[in-house]
Every structure is written in structure tokens, then in C-alpha cells.
Design a protein around this ligand. Sequence first.
Ligand code: NAD
Ligand code: UDP
Length: 335
Amino acid sequence: MFAAIEAGPFSMSSIKRVLVTGGAGFLGAHLCERMVEQGHDVICLDNFFTSQKTNVAHLLARSNFDLIRHDITHPIFLEVDEVYNLACPAAPGHYQYNPIKTMKTSVLGAIHVLGLAKRCHAKVLQASTSEVYGDPEVHPQKEDYRGAVNPVSPRACYDEGKRAAETLFADYHRQNQIDVRIVRIFNTYGPGMHPFDGRVVSNFIRQALVGEDITIFGNGKQTRSFCYRNDLVEGIIRMMHGPSGFIGPVNLGNPDEYTIRELAEVIVELTGSKSQLVERPLPVDDPARRRPDITLAGEKLGWQPTISLRDGLAKTIEWFRSIRLEEFRAPTPNY
Ligand code: NAD
Ligand code: UDP
């Protein structure tokens, strides 16, 4: 019998083999940083569709970090204890660029990580999305709201792909007793966002800093609720280690709701930009309102966001000022 050996802040028995699919992306890279810092044995798997190796280059020298270039639409055989399944393009312009591939990534990706978890007896967490609620008729959105998704919309490859993935997670749990966890992530922003991902926060900050027009889609009265990256990743980790038998889904997001025009105005103020706000056509089926009800996350995980929009934007703007745009490859022309 081996007793657990204390090694610094860790006992050896607490070190896990952790797979993060989509680990080089915006949220994945920060999750990998957190896992590496905690001393876990981390495998980052990514095909670099919407990210690049440089996002995790600072982790490559760490002996508890491995990077695998792999596409999750193909099976993978690894021995791990926990899987965070984040692999999927998340920005509308990128997931609509090759919608069939997006659906394959969600559905085949889910099947492959669930199969891996079944073989290894691993825990597996799915990064689902507020998009499963579609253009919601209920406000704010609670987990028991079933959503209003148009299955033939240009957004459906993502929305329905993520819904199907949730179904697979629930069924692997019921049929095979896999320990699954489902989080529904609402709009998240922060340092490390791809400057050409086409999402609203990255677009507005980039446009404000280079003095381009700030492109408001529609009249800017649609709302979103923006969560800072570190808060969100903390919520994901808490869900992985949350109460036994609590598989979710659980909403993770910041309930402070803003119109898109208000967001643009705050970013102009914080950057001191001279950029003009201009209106552009509203994309098809763009949700009109979105705000998470996070009561369940509070009750089950003791989680709530801690960073205000202004503070989070200030940190994000500082990071955008520190990067060189020419070092980033635009994943698709849609930004
Ligand atoms: P991201 O685009 O920065 O990261 C996704 C990562 O997955 C990228 O590194 C990409 O290269 C990789 N990837 C895509 N397809 C892949 C494939 N077939 N095989 C392997 N890797 C693949 O996006 P993000 O914001 O970091 O989102 C991470 C996850 O969280 C996604 O699943 C997304 O749907 C979910 N999510 C994010 C938000 C948000 O606001 N950031 C909101 C809701 C849900
Ligand atoms: N949006 C915008 N200008 C942009 C990018 C996005 O007005 O340059 C709007 C978009 O139409 C949506 C909101 O901002 O109403 C959030 O868009 P994003 O792509 O960030 O995420 P979504 O929540 O739509 O998936």
C-alpha cells in the first residue's frame, strides 16, 4: 500500500491526467494554464482551426503539459482521468464558415470523448452554450427552458450540434453510467480572444484601437450578458468537481445585461477612441435578448461572477494593446 505523498501544495494522489479538447482556444488555453499551475498532467488537443499554437507556447516548456494536433472528428486513444470538451468553433462567422464540419465537430466530437471516457472511466465535461436556447421567448433563461431554435437557420449547425451533444452526454450517463457534466456558457470575453474571431467584444475593441468604424449589427438594441474569462473558467472547474451525481446542465455567465450599443459606447470611452458607431445589417436569427439565470450555479457550485464589465473590459483592452495584430492568422474571412 502506498500512502499519499505530500509534494508541495499537492499530494500525489490529487494529480490527475486531464485532457482539454480545444485547449489552444480562448477558453481552453486559460483552462490549460489553470490545470498546469495546479500540477495536473495536462494534454491539450487542438486542430488549430480558430486558434494557433502560440496561444499555448508558454506552456510547452512545462513538463506536465503535452500538445497534440488532432481533429476531434476522428477518434483518439489516450489514458486520462478527466476530459474538458471545448473543441468547437464558437464565433458565429467561424462556425457558419463550414457548417457541416461544425455539426461533425459537435456530434462526432462528443461521441469520441464520451467513448474515450467510457473506456478510461474518466469524468467528462461538455462546453455547451446559451445558443441551445436559440432566440429565447423566456427571460432570463433558466436551465429548464427548452429553447426556441430554428433547425434550418444558418446558426443551427452550432445550436443543434450543441443540443445533440447534450443529448449524447445525457444518454451516455443514463446508459453507461459515465460521470458527465454539462455547462451552458453565455457570452464570455477577455484576454486571449482571437482578434479576428468576429465576436462583438473582440471586434469592437480591435476597431476602437485601430480607429476603424465600430460595426453595430442592426440597431444595437439587442442584448447580451458578458462574463469575464477567469470567472467562467472558475465555474467550469467547479462544475467538474461539483456534487456527485449533479450532471447539469448548469448556466455559467454574468447576469449583467447590456445592449450592444451600450457595449460599444463603454468600449469607446475606455479606449478613448475617435471611432464612429455605424449600423450594419443584423445577421439572420440573431437572438434579441440573452441573460442567464445563474441561481442553480450559485446553489450547487457556490459560483458567481466577480468581475464587472468595466473592469473586465479594461483588462481585455490592455491585452489587445499588448499584441501585434499581424501575428494572428484570421481563421476565416468572417470577422
Ligand atoms: P475558440 O474558437 O477560441 O476555441 C475553440 C477551440 O477548438 C479552438 O482552439 C479550435 O481550433 C478548436 N477546434 C475547433 N474544431 C476542432 C476540431 N474539429 N478538433 C479539434 N479542435 C477543434 O472558442 P472558445 O470561446 O474558447 O470556446 C470554447 C468552447 O466553449 C466551445 O466549445 C464553445 O462552443 C464554448 N462556448 C464559448 C462561449 C464564449 O463566449 N466564449 C460561449 C458559449 C460556448
Ligand atoms: N455584433 C455586432 N457587431 C459586431 C459583431 C457582433 O453588433 O461586429 C452583435 C451580434 O449581431 C450579436 C451580438 O453582437 O447581436 C453578439 O455577437 P457575437 O458574435 O459576439 O455572439 P453571439 O451572442 O451572437 O453568438
